[in-house]
Design a protein around this ligand. Structure first.
Ligand SMILES: *Cc1c(COP(=O)(O)O)cnc(C)c1O
Length: 229
């Protein structure tokens, strides 16, 4: 059952008030109706995350235009053109071809789209992302430097869904050290490369302690998701 607008607003404010300064909140609204997004919007939230392009586009079309939409799912290349006119950040870039397609589509609209490189740090096979070696190889290859309509703005990662805190901490540590390695090697002194997107409802405190500066929180704000709808 969907939470009421008042409950959503309260949970949003509680979540936001617990975040340290400098940590951005992406409210993950996937599966929830546009009315739920609007309730959070009215409580001051502007960054929202979705993992299905069509669903995000429908919400984009009907909701206020100053919302920043973050695409947080696996990027299917044939769907990039649908979000290219408006998406703010694409968080799930996991190969060079996706980056090149974002560049092509962004160019058609005269835009530059921020992209985060998704790194596979979890021990679960189902999670997408570059391996740490794979992302370093992609960057060393250098072709990304010719893409003038994408801005590589940081990294994104998901930890294993486990109660083993030590494991979760170590996975977030891996992501954060890789961020610094990439920054030192390719983006030193470049303020545009600065985002470490890590942490969800259940593990964002550990992620923040490890150095995350962007959390993606869904169920703690909007309640449980019903995928059967
Ligand atoms: C769904 C999702 C989230 C939010 O998960 P919650 O556990 O509901 O906070 C965060 N990141 C990604 C990539 C997601 O798909």
């Amino acid at each position: 059952m969907e939470l009421t607008d008042k409950e959503i607003a309260e949970r949003l404010v509680q979540t936001r008030n617990r975040l340290p300064q400098g940590v951005q909140l992406v409210a993950v609204s996937k599966t929830h109706p546009a009315s739920a997004v609007l309730a959070a919007y009215k409580a001051g939230q502007r960054l929202f995350g979705e993992n299905k392009v069509q669903e995000m586009t429908l919400k984009h079309n009907e909701l206020p235009s100053d919302i920043e939409w973050h695409f947080i799912g696996h990027v299917q290349k044939n769907k990039i053109k649908l979000m290219a006119p408006y998406v703010s950040v694409i968080q799930g870039i996991d190969d060079f071809e996706a980056l090149a397609e974002v560049d092509r589509q962004a160019a058609r609209y005269g835009r530059t789209i921020k992209c985060l490189l998704q790194i596979h740090v979890a021990q679960e096979e189902s999670k997408f992302g570059f391996t740490p070696q794979g992302v370093m190889d992609m960057l060393a290859d250098g072709r990304w430097k010719d893409l003038s309509h994408v801005q590589i703005a940081g990294v994104m990662g998901m930890a294993t869904n486990t109660d083993n805190e030590a494991q979760v901490i170590s996975e977030f540590d891996t992501l954060v050290s890789l961020f610094h390695r990439i920054k030192d090697s390719y983006f030193a002194g470049c303020s545009g490369f600065g985002i470490i997107s890590a942490g969800m409802s259940d593990d964002h405190e550990l992620a923040i302690r490890a150095g995350s500066n962007m959390v993606r929180i869904g169920s703690a704000i909007f309640g449980a998701r019903d995928y059967s709808l």
